[in-house]
Design a protein around this ligand. Structure first.
Ligand code: 1CP
Length: 348
């Protein structure tokens, strides 16, 4: 059963809860010694994501330490292409490597049906985390997630991260019919994947569109806004009314306004570069805003961290607001800086 008084769920329903609920993107990860221990035990990263016992453990580690208002499923946006049958591995120090899909044959060979069956261990992680939250962290909600079609397609076409996704951006121009086919397959697979997470106990969904900001406006509308709007429509057909969905089109700039209007999400994530005062002035007052402390300020700590965090709180006071970073925690972050930030935000 949902506990209606979870602060993050009230915020996502449009209420201004103060002090604001908080969690941090990549809150489970290499900056935590207890994560590194489990990671070493699991073997490779995919083995960790598909081991429900270990994945549930690392999902909960940051809640035990910091009492965050949300747990985010420990998995990765690339588990959707993996579930569609695209060969994937995570090379130490190099990030994800996929066998690129750039032609009709490889894009046509991707599986859309059967994604939920392959993702079953991930749904099992969701179920375990939810059961543990219900007993041990009753004020915290469980966030399920996926990458948005555009960002996941970037990795699928390029075969790797670390650059500017030139191949993916070129394919979107040179063969929009083929690229559109990839986006549609991904939209179908992602809808199944997210609905499976909700069925297993996720209370919020977040769509990560980390590379949305690489596109000029017309391409942004076509490959970010339209597929996200379609995905949200698909989800809403099968979810309870008002089910909270957070969209994070990173580096969207002023296109964030159109994104929020046309996709129908309840909340948007603000990236590090976004001025929170501009966002507050230009987005509807009942839309929750999430963000956007610079992850590097958290590495630095001290008075600079304090000043940045206080400025962010002041900018968004009185709105539905979820305190977070503008992008994920980076591995050199000292865990005690996170503890200091939590104390600061909790005292408003
Ligand atoms: O060595 C390790 O332990 C692997 C590092 C790692 C981790 C901890 C990767 C590889 N993924 C993750 C977990 C992860 N990824 C989560 C878990 C929940 C949490 O937030 O705690 C989430 C939500 C993601 C989402 C994700 N993966 C995004 C979107 C957010 C973002 O950071 O922009 C992206 C772009 C990825 C791809 C990915 N997976 C891993 C890496 C190193 C990358 C980035 C590759 C690149 O482009 O350089």
């Amino acid at each position: 059963m949902d506990t209606p008084d979870k602060p993050i769920l009230r915020t996502l329903a449009g209420e201004s809860v103060w002090p604001p609920p908080m969690w941090l993107m990549r809150q489970a990860g290499r900056y935590l010694p207890e994560y590194r221990e489990v990671r070493a035990q699991a073997g490779d990263f995919i083995a960790l994501c598909t081991n429900p016992e270990l994945a549930a453990e690392v999902t909960l580690q940051p809640l035990r330490r910091y009492g965050f208002d949300a747990a985010i499923l420990f998995s990765d946006i690339l588990m959707v292409p993996w579930a569609m049958g695209q060969p994937l591995r995570f090379a130490e120090g190099e990030g994800p490597l996929l066998e690129p899909v750039r032609d009709a044959a490889s894009i046509g060979a991707l599986r859309v049906t059967g994604v939920a069956e392959r993702a079953a261990p991930i749904f099992e992680t969701v179920a375990r985390v939810r059961a543990l939250l219900d007993v041990q962290h009753q004020r915290s909600a469980l966030i399920g997630f996926a990458g948005s079609p555009w960002t996941v397609a970037c990795y699928m076409v390029e075969g790797r991260g670390g650059g500017e996704f030139a191949q993916a951006r070129r394919l979107a121009y040179s063969d929009p019919a083929l690229f559109g086919r990839l986006i549609r397959s991904l939209t179908d697979a992602t809808a199944e994947y997210l609905l499976g997470q909700v069925e297993a106990g996720a209370e919020v969904l977040m769509l990560f569109d980390s590379w949305a900001g690489l596109l000029p406006p017309a391409q942004f509308r076509r490959w970010v806004i339209e597929p996200t709007a379609e995905l949200v429509r698909r989800l809403r057909k099968r979810l309870p009314a008002g089910f909270p969905i957070i969209g994070f089109p990173r580096l969207a700039g002023p296109l964030l306004v159109e994104y929020a209007q046309r996709t129908g999400v309840q909340a948007v994530g603000l990236d590090t570069a976004m001025d929170p005062r501009w966002a507050a002035a230009n987005l509807p007052p009942n839309l929750a805003l999430q963000g956007n402390l610079d992850p590097q300020a958290l590495v630095s700590g001290g008075p600079a961290l304090e000043a940045e965090a206080r400025a962010l709180l002041a900018a968004l006071r009185g709105r539905p607001f979820i305190f977070n970073l503008g992008h994920g925690i980076v591995p050199p972050t000292p865990p005690e800086h996170v503890a200091a930030l939590v104390r600061l935000v909790r005292t408003g």
